[in-house]
Design a binder for this molecule. Sequence first.
Ligand SMILES: C[S@@+](CC[C@H](N)C(=O)[O-])C[C@H]1O[C@@H](n2cnc3c(N)ncnc32)[C@H](O)[C@@H]1O
Length: 203
Amino acid sequence: MGDNTSLAYQQIHIGDKFLWKGQDRGRDYEQIFADQDLRGKYVLDIGSNLGYFSLRSAYEGAAQVVGIDISEVLVRKAREFAKNLDMCNVHFFSADIIKDFPCGVRGMKFDYVLCLNVLHHLRDISCVKRVLRVLQSFISGSGEMWFSVVIPKDKRLWSKKSIPKKRLAIAPKFFKHYWPNFYCSVMPSLSRKSRRLIQIQVT
Ligand SMILES: C[S@@+](CC[C@H](N)C(=O)[O-])C[C@H]1O[C@@H](n2cnc3c(N)ncnc32)[C@H](O)[C@@H]1O
């Protein structure tokens, strides 16, 4: 996917600052963090795009936020927004999560790991499994992971054919199979009918 700026799709409207016109991701944010007190929490935002989820978490009180995206252009833009918002506890890194994670992030633990609308961009299910293994290592003892996935219409565990553009569709039950000992909750995304939000809780 590289540096395709057409992927700069998030609207960045944080507090009273309107910094970028795009898709409002607020409904997914509110579904995930409804009633959560983010003060003092650590948040990892995988596939951070223009940084909406990272910046909003910091705005809501998170202590440390890390956003990672494969696109350097998006990361540069997200850093600009963080600077504009005077946020020095939000750090954006460019990395391909299939290959590696930035060394500044390795060994860190997070209360929330978000991986929203990213997995279907990966090449195949072995990449997905590799990424899930690493994401699990970032989770703190009582932390949670959130995924937003495109669901396959045919309800198979995964399929490359069931949706346009040959994206990798992942059925929610894949996560239950992958993490049989974790609590897994599946809910329709309020922002897009074809998406499901998956919440994985370690405890
Ligand atoms: C559809 S956007 C989702 C953005 C955001 N998470 C959201 O839900 O609003 C997918 C993002 O994942 C990033 N991405 C795709 N493949 C990636 C990879 N291998 N490593 C890191 N980021 C990746 C893209 O650059 C893009 O910003």
